[in-house]
Design a protein around this ligand. Structure first.
Ligand SMILES: [Zn+2]
Ligand SMILES: [Zn+2]
Length: 299
């Protein structure tokens, strides 16, 4: 039954798209309109989510007491509102509800992974036999990330039985997707225990964005974040911590740029700065430049 639904869902999507095309597209007009593509913020929390397991901080208590909403793990969706085509950046443990928001629960056209920390790839499990038993969902990953998935269960089963189809990306090589969208990964410094780590430049027909949910330090990078931001319209950047006093471990063990430092570097930049990947300890989670789930940005 699951497989049958899988077979039907794309066909229904195509039919709806065809109807939409008839309604919306005048004869002779280009089929892809620039305002069809949008980025959708699917989650803003650091890997552990909010409330995090065992977290006794006021933020977590507020969620448990119903005084504020829970936050899903950091992810961006890229959606063509007319055709329904969708891509996701990172596969989080909240993937099913995030795809419910983005596509109504249909499978995405592709998944772009940043690295092998739990908030960024473990959502792949929902493509497997115990869930949708998907067929060849395209998963874009670096060579090291792909090798990790292929060599370690349970991810290796997804590869072996074809639930996902790995496409290896090289740093700074652009992948052109249908509909005039281009995606380019670039390496960033991070705690690379199981994989390397990338950020993305995402180019739509009109606008462009950069997405760097996890990075150790702007200063230890061989590139300048300001230059990347000045060449983009939106910058979704690591907002894990606002202050080194937030955590009870030395900040050197889990390095991230402080939000104030990132703001300083991007002041006056062309790109609008939006913090994402916010930790449950971060008192600036409600700051004006903190991304909120459900925000959309024309691409
Ligand atoms: Zn992370
Ligand atoms: Zn990480």
């Amino acid at each position: 039954m699951v497989q049958l639904l899988n077979a039907i869902a794309p066909a229904r999507g195509a039919a709806l798209a065809a109807i939409a095309l008839c309604l919306l597209t005048a004869p002779g007009r280009a089929q892809e309109r620039p305002d069809d593509w949008h980025i959708v913020v699917l989650g803003i929390a650091q890997d552990g989510g909010i409330p995090q397991l065992g977290c006794e901080r006021p933020l977590c208590q507020d969620v448990r007491a119903g005084r504020r909403k829970a936050e899903k793990v950091s992810s961006l969706g890229l959606l063509n509102r007319r055709t329904g085509d969708a891509y996701v950046f990172d596969a989080t443990p909240d993937l099913p509800t995030q795809l419910q928001t983005l596509t109504g629960g249909r499978l995405p056209r592709g998944v772009f992974l940043t690295h092998a920390h739990i908030g960024h790839y473990t959502g792949l499990m929902f493509f497997g036999r115990e869930s949708v038993n998907a067929s060849n969902v395209p998963v874009f990953a670096t060579a090291r990330m792909g090798a990790f998935l292929g060599a370690n269960g349970p991810w290796s089963q997804l590869v072996a039985i074809g639930n996902i189809r790995l496409t290896t990306m090289a740093y700074d090589q652009t992948t052109a997707l249908d509909g005039g969208v281009r995606v380019t990964p670039f390496q960033v410094p991070h705690r690379d225990e199981f994989s390397d780590t990338v950020g993305y430049r995402i180019e739509g027909p009109r606008k462009s964005a950069i997405f760097i949910p996890d990075i150790d330090r702007w200063e230890t990078w061989n590139r300048r974040i300001r230059a990347l931001a000045d060449a983009a319209d939106y910058a979704f950047l690591d907002g894990t911590f606002a202050s080194p006093a937030e955590i009870n471990r030395p900040i050197e063990e889990i390095p991230h740029p402080m939000m104030s430092r990132t703001r300083e570097l991007l002041r006056g930049s062309r790109a609008a700065l939006w913090f994402i990947h916010i930790n449950n300890s971060n008192a600036e989670i409600d700051a004006a430049d903190a991304a909120k789930e459900g925000m959309t940005f024309p691409m």
